[in-house]
Structures are given as C-alpha cells and as structure tokens.
Design a protein around this ligand. Sequence first.
Ligand code: NAD
Ligand code: MG
Length: 298
Amino acid sequence: MTRDQYTLVDPAKLYAEYEPKKQHQPEPGLEADLQPKPDLGESTYRGTGRLQGRRALITGADSGIGAAVAIAFAREGASVAMSYLPSEAEDADRVAALVREAGVVAVQLPGDLRDAEYCRTLVADAADQLGGLDILVNNGGKQVFNEDLETLSDEQFDDTFKTNVYGMFWITKAALAHLPAGASIINTTSIQAYKQSAVLVDYASTKATINAFTKGLAQQLAPRGIRVNAVAPGPIWTVLQVTDGQPQEKIAHFGEDTPLGRMGQPAELAPAYVFLASAESSYVIGETLNVNGGIPSP
Ligand code: NAD
Ligand code: MG
C-alpha cells in the first residue's frame, strides 16, 4: 500500500489523472463498464477497528459511494448486508468479495427500493443473517436529468421519489425494530438539496426531503440513543453520472467549478460515513456532513 487515507496529500492535486470522456449507459449502469474506474479505496482504505463487530445494512452498496462505504466499514470490522438492483450483480459480487477479504460477513440481498415489500424483507433478512443491525446507510438513489418540467413524466417523478425517499422511509421504519441504543442511521443527501441544478428538479426535491427527514427523525430518535445524520456529496465520479445523471457535455468538466477545481471520488466519502457510524460521533445528531470540494453550504 503506497498511500492510505491518512497520507498527507494536496487535495487540489489528488486524482489529477482523472479525465473522463462522454459516455452513456442505461440505468442503473455498471461500474465495471465505466471509464475511468472510480476510486472506491480498494488499494488505499486502511481500517483501524473503528466499527469492530458492528452489523451494517447499506443500500446501493454495489457501486460508487455505497460500495466505498461497504469496503471501509468492512475494513473497520463491520459485517455488511448489501442492497442493489439484480442487474448490478457483477459490481456487487466484486464489492462483496472485497468485504469478505477484510474478514467479515457480506450478505447480498438484491431487489428494488421502489417496492415496499422488498424494503421490509431486506431489513428482516439483513438482521437475520447478520445477527442484528447497528448501522443503516440509506444510499441507493435515482438521478436522471430533465430539461423541461413539461416533459418530466409522472413515472420518472414517482420513481425518483419512490427510490430516494419512500425506500428510505420503508427501510428506516422497518429497521427501528432491530436498532439498539448506540445505533446509527446515515442518509445520503446531496449538494442538490440546497444548490439546485435547473435540470434536476425532481432529484433535488428528493434530496431536500432527505435532509428534512434526517433532521426531524434525529430529534425523535435521540432519546432512544439512535443517532440520525446525513452525508451530502458534491460532484462525485460514479456511474450515476453516465446513466443520464448529467447531460454528457458536462462530463469533461465535471466538478471543475468547485473551489478544489475537480470532482471527488467515492473513496473520499467513506471516512465521513465511518465517522458518523462510529461511537466517536456520539454527540453528533441531525448533522449534514458536506463532502463537496468546498462548495459553500448551509
Ligand atoms: P451509483 O449509481 O454507483 O449508486 C446508486 C445505487 O443506487 C445503484 O448502484 C443502485 O444499486 C441503487 N439504486 C438505484 N435505483 C434503485 C432501485 N430502484 N432499487 C434498488 N437500488 C437502486 O451512484 P452514486 O453516485 O454512488 O450514488 C449513491 C448516492 O449518492 C445516491 O443517493 C446519490 O443520489 C448520491 N449522490 C451522488 C452524487 C454524485 O455526484 N455521484 C452527488 C450527491 C449525492
Ligand atoms: Mg450500481
């Protein structure tokens, strides 16, 4: 290992070799077919026992941010249940193998977050196969750009809310029967919650909802000793960006408008989730941790 997440680096120069070109995949996309490959921390994330013995359920754990979180949690000592769509098996198998290499259990539970019954079964199966649940990461999400509200289909609006908001609600509600005092719920929101793009009206609306859900529920669950927080990524290189998450002419300059002048990598998100999942953040509740290259945020 030449570098790990603790190595001193110039963040403005990190990942300078990433220069993605226009490309397109149908939703939800396969990271295996994405060029260049996002850095999930495979060769850099070093665990130090911060989540020893914990049991985590992560949605969208096959690729991108969720996969980087799965790898980091595993190396910190947590067993991981992974949710993803059945068509993403190739990506999920690779990440599950990395989780198992860390010496912990990986449980693979594919299904569709738009389906309430799947969400409830997912939680029951995860808790059953991991022997309980201490950490829930609601991260699976849909983002498809649309330039004109008059052409935004009812179906897309519904799908985006079902995936990003209803899925989180169904899973969190079901998880409460299993989460003990000390447990942590982490929702993935976005810079879009407060700095909206004109072409992401439906998506941005779901992310603002996730922030409000997080902050309200955090107060409700604090007396039970369950902490609820969110992570708000900025522009991060994942397959979401080439499955119509952005108009493709934006890809070549993706993230260049951040103060750091570049897009981020999933590996740079994982430590934020580890912090919020572990007991070291015991007094951090209802917080949105922005990981966005310096874009001013509330
Ligand atoms: P990604 O495509 O790698 O991960 C998203 C995952 O969501 C998919 O792998 C898929 O498993 C899951 N998913 C989507 N629809 C689903 C469905 N109907 N049922 C089950 N699973 C479904 O992309 P990512 O960028 O890592 O996205 C992870 C989260 O980060 C999302 O919530 C996204 O909104 C958020 N986010 C991403 C960025 C970014 O720039 N990449 C910025 C802000 C927020
Ligand atoms: Mg995926």
